[in-house]
Design a protein. Structure first.
Length: 328
């Protein structure tokens, strides 16, 4: 694939707050502290934002768009400017609400994490029209448009499906990494690439995925080569790695890392996608793309900040990543 422009779309961003609280118990008064004093007001997150950030780490420029609350635009733009080494052009659309807050409570004594997720702002139909026009304007045959993250309230799955279809109609290659609600609007929509977890594969394929063999069968059934809607199906399997399927390629890969090194998997799926796209965007092959995705996903998982990858860690995991072909 020739080098192309990449656009990431984050429709439901957030400000993440990570609080450390030893021996955390619900209903009790517990002492805690902010995990990173660089971000006392939280740090901007969202799947598309994390993908742009990791692409920036790889030296690849992208355009980041989507929605953001009226008071947080400067924060998001400044964050991406700094964290992606100036390789991201921010083109977010402001909505007249505040960006949601996500809170993660980390208990290092009991090795638990408690996640509280704000449902976030509700977009209006004028907002939906604005983002539809925006992504259509950015979509063209030399562009990859990557929709990543959950849907905000006010954007129905069917509307999301039409939004994606508009980009496809403009000739863009579209990547989608969303939740089950968003996926409901995509069952019959043709896409270039979709990223799914195991449960989502089973939901879209309407097939059991309770064994490796059944998972492979279900994922393959989603590819255009088998009558499905997607040219590329990328499947995340947690600690078991990932799979990738195209018309003529079926791959399985994993990085075997000691569980004690894993700090947080938040952002690992986005790092996987960014790694795959970074190699394909430079004309690389599918095996190299999946290996790079696995390396970056694992490097992300040994830190606490989504989308933060260290080159030393990435190189270590590139060497460790094992990618094999799945035989028929």
């Amino acid at each position: 694939m020739a080098e192309t422009r990449i656009v990431t779309v984050t429709l439901n961003p957030a400000l993440d707050h990570v609080i450390v609280a030893e021996n955390f118990k619900i209903g009790k008064r517990v002492a805690g502290w902010i995990a990173d004093d660089r971000y006392p007001a939280g740090f901007p997150t969202g799947k598309g934002i994390a993908i742009s950030r990791v692409l920036g780490f790889k030296g690849i420029r992208s355009i980041a768009t989507g929605f953001v609350g009226r008071n947080e635009l400067d924060m998001f733009e400044g964050f991406l400017e700094k964290k992606a080494s100036g390789r991201v052009v921010s083109q977010f659309l402001v909505v007249q609400k505040r960006t949601r807050d996500n809170i993660t409570i980390v208990d290092p004594v009991n090795e638990t994490e408690t996640h509280i997720r704000d449902v976030g702002f509700e977009v209006q139909q004028d907002d939906v029209k604005r983002i539809s026009s925006k992504v259509a304007m950015l979509s063209r045959p030399d562009t990859i448009v990557c929709f990543a993250g959950s849907l905000p309230r006010g954007l129905e799955p069917e509307q999301f499906g039409r939004l994606v279809a508009r980009c496809v109609g403009q000739g863009a290659r579209v990547v989608v990494d969303t939740n089950s609600e968003g996926l409901r609007g995509l069952k019959t929509r043709r896409l270039w690439m979709i990223k799914l977890n195991v449960d989502e594969v089973g939901m879209l394929a309407d097939l059991p995925v309770d064994s490796r063999e059944r998972l492979i069968e279900a994922a393959r059934s989603l590819t255009a080569a088998r009558g499905g809607s997607y040219d590329v199906v990328l499947v995340t399997r947690g600690a078991d790695g990932a799979m990738l399927f195209t018309e003529d390629v079926a791959l399985i890969g994993q990085v075997s890392v000691h569980p004690g090194r894993i700090v947080s998997t938040a952002g690992s799926g986005e790092s996987l996608v960014a790694g795959v796209l970074s190699v394909l965007n430079k004309g690389g092959d599918w095996v190299s793309a999946l290996r790079e995705g696995l390396a970056l996903a694992t490097a992300n998982a040994i830190g606490r900040e989504a989308g933060l990858v260290d080159e030393g860690d990435a190189e270590e995991f590139r060497v460790m990543a094992m990618v094999d072909r799945i035989e028929d």
